[in-house]
Design a protein around this ligand. Structure first.
Ligand code: CO
Ligand code: ZN
Length: 325
């Protein structure tokens, strides 16, 4: 799991994916026939074939915060980059690209804290001192160490570096006749942006997005069937897509045939790259395989190792299948 650890701990908020892209590129290069980057920063690793053209996407950006103003006392006001839950921010550590770590504080004591009333404290004594380290527009991500035991992984950015890990592991081991584009997309957390442009230029026959999905199995949980350790989650729908029925049933059929544990995912909220891909160009038959994840968008996202293996196995058999031309 050393690779996954590195992937989660590397800096890469939306629009600032260069570090994480470099790491992924170095891992992918030996296994791909072609590796390139497009205008929006999407990293594309292609494994050539003369079968179907299949795009597999995993976003490499993570949520974060962006410095909007530095006040006279050296406190950094900020805004969110992606879906940050304001209520949980107090006392959290965030880390800037240059390694500077700050703590989030708030002017307000009550529960519905507004982000406008919050600040990042890096311990600077005044504005000038702060400005030596941080500029307006600099982004920070949550600090959240990587922990693993036999079954479980806890870390920041498992959304969606675990998806990137799935793509890398699959790229490494598959043997397929299909023409496969492994796409590590940018700016998913701010509106599925990189997926849209990369899908337009690739124009695949089929596409799959690999991302995390919520679970309904915690005491505070939402009503959702997906659970941790329940296997690879085959996406039926989320707010951005109704998945292609051929792809859905193919995934379920292949999972049963190959004894890969799986479950079905209906997510009532949120979108994924799958949605943007399906609507790009003249439309693309798109589905998704998700990694069940607790505490999404917190510094302590939690996944199960067997689920991760199931997602890799299911993606591999889908990509290795021969489809009629
Ligand atoms: Co996310
Ligand atoms: Zn995600």
């Amino acid at each position: 799991m050393d690779i996954l650890k590195k992937l989660t701990q590397t800096y890469g908020p939306s629009g600032r994916e260069s570090d994480i892209k470099e790491l992924i590129e170095n891992i992918a290069r030996p296994f791909a026939d072609e590796v390139y980057t497009d205008a929006l920063g999407n990293l594309i690793a292609r494994k050539k074939g003369n079968g179907k053209k299949i795009m597999v996407a995993a976003h490499m950006d993570e949520i974060g915060v962006v410095a909007t103003l530095i006040d006279d006392n050296g406190f950094i006001r900020f805004s969110s980059v992606g879906g940050i839950y304001n209520k949980d921010l107090l006392g959290r550590r965030v880390c800037f690209k240059n390694g500077v770590i700050g703590v989030i504080g708030s002017e307000e004591e009550n529960k519905d804290r507004k982000i406008l009333k919050m600040y990042i404290d890096i311990g600077a004594k005044d504005k000038e001192t702060c400005e030596k380290l941080i500029s307006i527009g600099d982004m920070a991500v949550f600090c959240g160490d990587f922990y693993e035991n036999n079954d479980t992984i806890i870390s920041k950015a498992l959304d969606n570096r675990s998806g990137c890990y799935v793509l890398l592991k699959t790229l490494e081991k598959i043997n397929s006749k299909n023409d496969i584009y492994f796409v590590f997309t940018t700016q998913e957390e701010v509106g599925l942006r990189g997926a849209r442009t990369s899908s337009f230029s690739i124009s695949p026959d089929y596409a799959l997005a690999i991302d995390v999905t919520d679970t309904g199995d915690t005491p505070d949980g939402i009503k959702m069937a997906t659970k941790l350790s329940g296997g690879a989650a085959i996406k039926i729908m989320d707010r951005s897509i109704l998945c292609d029925s051929f792809i859905r049933s193919k995934l379920a059929e292949l999972a049963s045939k190959n004894d890969i544990p799986y479950q079905l995912e209906v997510m009532n909220y949120g979108g994924t790259d799958a949605g943007a891909i399906s609507l790009s160009g003249a439309g693309v038959k798109t589905g998704g395989i998700s990694i069940p994840t607790r505490y999404i968008h917190s510094p302590s996202e939690m996944i199960n190792k067997k689920d991760l293996d199931s997602v890799i196995s299911l993606l591999s058999v889908f990509l290795e299948e021969n489809y009629d031309k």
